[in-house]
Design a protein around this ligand. Structure first.
Ligand code: XMP
Length: 197
């Protein structure tokens, strides 16, 4: 940390020109780590009130891994004891456009029957991933399914799905950082940033 790059009054912390491993423009700050943390505290309060102490927190990999970790700890501070499960879906390759297909990668948690599930994803974009994941949770016999996303791009929606809990609604920009990648780069950034081609 330390070396940052200033953009429009914010700094993308953890970003270094020397460590840049691609030819595209450097990321431009969208939400700083402190903004994200405050928003997660607020979301955790809402979720804890609605879900109670016992539920399954299902993290959609890979992009939601940092969000889920921070959300889980904020929920624990409010007395929640979620069982944490993971599922991986693929709709993006290394490009910034969706392939239009969503497929499960690896195993789906096998013990969701009768459970109250909170599905956690990084970005709600076209909605295909969240819709597919939600249908799989329902098919697995969950009692209820709630959905939580860090970022929502409502202008991009194609599938009939909305999230119950949204961190930030954003425009149609390509986001990196805080676990979210571009071609597997930039996941390490503590801030959320956007890149342009
Ligand atoms: P859909 O279109 O299925 O997409 O709602 C959800 C998944 O697509 C990825 N996604 C992004 N990944 N920057 C990324 O690195 C973005 O701006 C972006 N928009 C969507 C992401 O994996 C999300 O779970």
């Amino acid at each position: 940390m330390g070396r940052g790059r200033a953009h429009g009054g914010l700094t993308v912390t953890g970003f270094s020109d020397h460590g840049r491993d691609g030819g595209e423009s450097p990321p431009t700050a969208l939400f700083a780590a402190g903004d994200i943390s405050r928003r997660i505290e607020s979301l955790a309060g809402d979720i804890a009130r609605a879900m109670g102490p016992e539920f399954v927190l299902l993290c959609v990999l890979n992009g939601a891994f940092i969000f889920t970790a921070d959300l889980a700890r904020a929920l624990a501070a409010r007395g929640c004891r979620p069982r944490i499960e993971f599922a991986s879906f693929k709709s993006y390759g290394s490009a910034t456009e969706s392939s239009g297909r969503v497929r499960l990668v690896g195993e789906f948690p096998g013990n969701l029957s009768g459970e109250r599930v909170l599905l956690v994803d990084d970005i709600l974009d076209t909605g295909r991933t969240l819709l597919t994941a939600r249908m799989m949770v329902e098919d697995a016999g969950a009692e209820t399914v709630a959905t939580c996303v860090l970022l929502d791009k409502p202008a991009r929606r194609e599938a009939p799905v909305e999230a119950d809990y949204v961190g930030f609604a954003i425009d149609d920009v390509f986001v990196v950082g805080y676990g979210i990648d571009y071609a597997e780069k930039f996941r390490y950034l503590p801030d959320l940033a956007h890149i342009s081609g």
